[in-house]
Design a protein around this ligand. Sequence first.
Ligand code: 3ON
Ligand code: FE
Length: 487
Amino acid sequence: MQTQPLSTTRPYSRRDWQTGYRSLEQELDYAIEDVAGEIPPELEGTLFRNGPGRLELGGQRYRHPFDGDGMVCAIALRNGRAHFRNRFVRTEGFVAEQQAQKILYRGVFGTQKPGGVLSNAFDLRRKNIANTNVIYWGGKLLALWEAAEPYRLDPRTLETLGPDDLKGGLKPGEAFAAHPWVDPASELDGGEPCLVNFSISPGLSTRITVYELNPAGDVVRRYSHSVPGFAFIHDFVITPHYCIFFQNAVSFNPLPFVLGQKGAGECVQFHPEKPTQAVIISRRGDHEKRVISVNSGFVFHHVNAFEAGKTLVVDSISYDSLPTLEPGQDYREVDFDALAPGQLWRFRFDLASGSVAQQKLDERCVEFPVVHPDRVGRDYRYLFVGAAHEPTGNAPLQGVLKVDLQTGDRQLWSAAPYGYGSEPIFVPRPGATAEDDGWVLVLIYNAERQKSELVILDGRDLGRGAIATLRLGHHVPYGLHGSFTPE
Ligand code: 3ON
Ligand code: FE
């Protein structure tokens, strides 16, 4: 009898992957000349991306990349040519630390000030690091971090203009989450687009505040609800009539944070045996709230949601468990095989009966989903998502998966074995009618060159491979979210 050897070959190497977690200290401004293939001339606008640009300071590494200082990249595409620019967001804390050249603030995910527990105990201040998303709305470019106010940047130079209170729409101390959605045709605004975002004010009970902004950037509606217990809600979803929040089953023990032993984020514990509370808030009238329990696993990101009669359909990326770093453990030494992958799920909430049906749509490890901007909150056919190379198991993102929710067809574009992925962005082709007719833009870290490249794919057929590869002259550390604006 023949036995098959256990396969030890992987499409990735952890050593390679790690090299993407280096700070990019330089701020650059140059025309991208090294282009393979052709940038479609109709693809015009600017891709903005945000993420941790600095991962250490004063000889001390940050404990977690989510503590890294926000650095925004802008790749402008015009007439088939491209230009790169990057700048750090000069938040108050960043400027102070830049001057001191040492860590002055504790990070939410466990970065500590030098000097041990004693110098960290009872320091409950938070450094706004503006590192999670960047959007262009109401004529403003805003860098977002979910625990504080947005920072406004000059869209041409990326120079930091300062904190922004949305023309007084945000009260002092109020946060603005990093996951706004644009409702492409808001019913309460005569079909105009409307940006919908939220803030979480955590505590013994949690206040969820929703902000709806018109295209001029005014907060035209704001409404709040309190839910019992602590909440860690990173993202949400909208439909024309509802906002839906997944209040993951977590508890918070502030003691190690207060005593200077852990970051606040490290004091959040996930209880997989307990259900998530799906908080469904009406976007109109008196904004009534409805709560439905669902066994969803832990959800950071949602894909989209839509209404089908009395059913609310929510598509999300779910984890069976949440990773925790052991004291002293380096995040770059992660054992991918020991962690739960993020997987695509569909939840159907029956608003009449309060029952939920759920279904895993795919086994593959995925993160950072995106849909056509005109399909946000509407029944939709296609999604694109950052994906692992192999169809099962937990692994770093190395490509883009396209899922046809109508036929079940899937297409994977992979940059393995040397490419490491990030959030794809879908840009519709001007004048197109088909939902997948556009381009998928994804920043890939190429570990062989130790530099990054922007890959442009054809949304209709990922199998065509890169239409264009724009090779940067340096790396960009693995980022979080971004957006494309035709301007
Ligand atoms: O103390 C409370 C708990 C808490 C965690 C309240 C709080 C508001 C201070 C808080 C803060 C939360 C923050 C600041 C969250 C920031 C999250 C962040 C920067 C990123 C989240 C990313 C999520 C995912 C799923 C990333 C995936 C990345 C990969 C697959 C790697 O390529
Ligand atoms: Fe996110």
